[in-house]
Design a protein around this ligand. Structure first.
Ligand SMILES: Cc1cc2nc3c(=O)[nH]c(=O)nc-3n(C[C@H](O)[C@H](O)[C@H](O)COP(=O)(O)OP(=O)(O)OC[C@H]3O[C@@H](n4cnc5c(N)ncnc54)[C@H](O)[C@@H]3O)c2cc1C
Length: 396
């Protein structure tokens, strides 16, 4: 049995684990990531790729500390995309530099005064009709369109870029042959022929954190799941749209992002209230609702032949009272263990925020870059592949 010492061992290769791997290794730590299935795995690959500036939350009426933190994110991601941040995202495909929000004619005055408020000045721009995104440029369109500071990324390319930069430190883990052990308030990872004793074991396994925390015999931190059911439509209308359609609720009635399937077909991916309110609908019922939404919002568009699927998925987050939405990235010690942290970004957007919070926690635990593990000892574990986008797996 070989003993491998590393500064950090990360469990879970979604955005949280991959971003932390990049940032920590760039800061000089030795870090090794273990993924049980495929990189980008679960929530990350299912996300709409929007890097929010927080305006969506401000619509709910509260611009809390958390949504203030989020307002810095689009700029920070843009710097990383240019290779100027703590993590180098050069090579990631940007699907859109713009994100739009529109309200129907009856709600226009409410939005006009809200967006003119001091709080949102500089974050939202009211557009003239000639600057509307193409799907809304129709004489029948009634309402007002705004441009937000948000951007939209192609998530599969984001995952690939993050993984390629530190490929040598990413391994597949098979829990039939591996296990977590605790001894004297410290956790270690037992692999075939090798024990990994990290200064810090970082759990970034999304929904998987719950089981890992249980396996460590720890009572917390506790996790909550907020499920939703997204709708995916593969169609023949060629234009893209990245936008929130606002109705009478403070949350978007429909959030639309556009993608391409690997066979080159146009995809519109639909979230927002449709996905949260329809979470328990049978897929056929939800698809019928989605069709009604699209024909009410875009009576002038012809989507041609279309195929429909739904994707039911849990968002994993630290437990809140009343299943409320947390508004900040979360990292905290696993109760009763000195060297384990559990983390949930709560939003793709907040991954940089999470990685900064992890570095702060490491400093508080007095964990400095120290070990230089021989990664070749782990080469028998193999490397995980990449998760396919839902529009590829669900129409396969
Ligand atoms: C439908 C949807 C749309 C969204 N859209 C957006 C958006 O547009 N913008 C935004 O900011 N946020 C969005 N989010 C939220 C965002 O996707 C998540 O907050 C974020 O992806 C969570 O990342 P994660 O790395 O914590 O978890 P995950 O992406 O779920 O990754 C966890 C990884 O851990 C692995 N794993 C699990 N258990 C184990 C184990 N025992 N051992 C090893 N590996 C394990 C999994 O296979 C997976 O690869 C969306 C979420 C959903 C569900």
């Amino acid at each position: 049995m070989q003993d491998l010492q590393t500064d950090i061992a990360i469990i879970g290769g979604g955005i949280a684990g991959l971003w932390a791997l990049n940032q920590l290794r760039n800061s000089g730590y030795s870090a090794i990531l273990f993924e049980q299935e495929s990189l980008g795995g679960y929530q990350t690959i299912a996300s709409q790729g929007m890097i929010h500036g927080g305006v969506k939350y401000a619509l709910g009426g509260s611009l809390s500390g958390g949504s203030e933190a989020i307002s810095a994110m689009p700029d920070l991601w843009r710097r990383c995309l240019q290779g100027e941040g703590k993590v180098d995202l050069r090579g990631t495909r940007v699907l859109s530099e713009d994100f739009f929000l529109w309200s129907g004619a009856s709600l226009t005055s409410r939005f006009t005064s809200f967006f003119a408020s001091k709080m949102l000045r500089g974050r939202v721009e009211k557009l003239q009709a000639e600057n509307y995104p193409l799907p809304l440029r129709d004489p029948q369109f009634r309402g007002q369109v705004y441009r937000l500071v948000d951007l939209v990324l192609d998530v599969p390319s984001l995952v690939e870029v993050l993984a390629q930069r530190h490929r040598e430190a990413i391994f597949k883990i098979d829990w039939q042959q591996a296990k977590l052990e605790r001894d004297n308030g410290k956790a270690s990872l037992l692999l075939p022929g090798c024990r990994i004793s990290p200064e810090c074991l970082l759990l970034t396994a999304g929904t998987g954190n719950e089981t890992l925390i249980e396996q460590l015999g720890a009572p917390g931190p506790a996790m909550q799941r907020r499920p939703l059911q997204q709708v995916i439509v593969k169609h023949q209308y060629p234009e893209v749209l990245y936008a929130h359609a606002m109705g009478s609720n403070p949350s978007p009635r429909l959030t639309i992002s556009s993608h391409r399937s690997s066979d080159g077909q146009a995809i519109w991916y639909l979230g927002g209230d449709l996905a949260t309110e329809g979470v328990n609908d049978e897929p056929a019922v939800l698809i019928a609702k989605a069709k009604r939404e699209l024909s009410q919002l875009f009576p002038w568009l012809d989507f041609g032949e279309s195929q429909w699927r739904t994707l039911k998925i849990d968002r994993a987050e630290p437990k809140q009272s009343n299943l409320l939405k947390p508004d900040q990235a979360f990292v905290a010690p696993v109760v009763g263990l000195d060297n384990v942290l559990a983390a949930w970004p709560t939003k793709l957007t907040l991954s940089p925020n999470l990685a900064d919070a992890i570095e702060t926690k490491l400093a508080a635990l007095n964990i400095q870059p120290r070990h230089q593990p021989e990664l070749s000892l782990l080469s028998d574990l193999g490397r995980p592949g990449f998760a396919p986008a839902p529009w590829d797996s669900l129409f396969a």
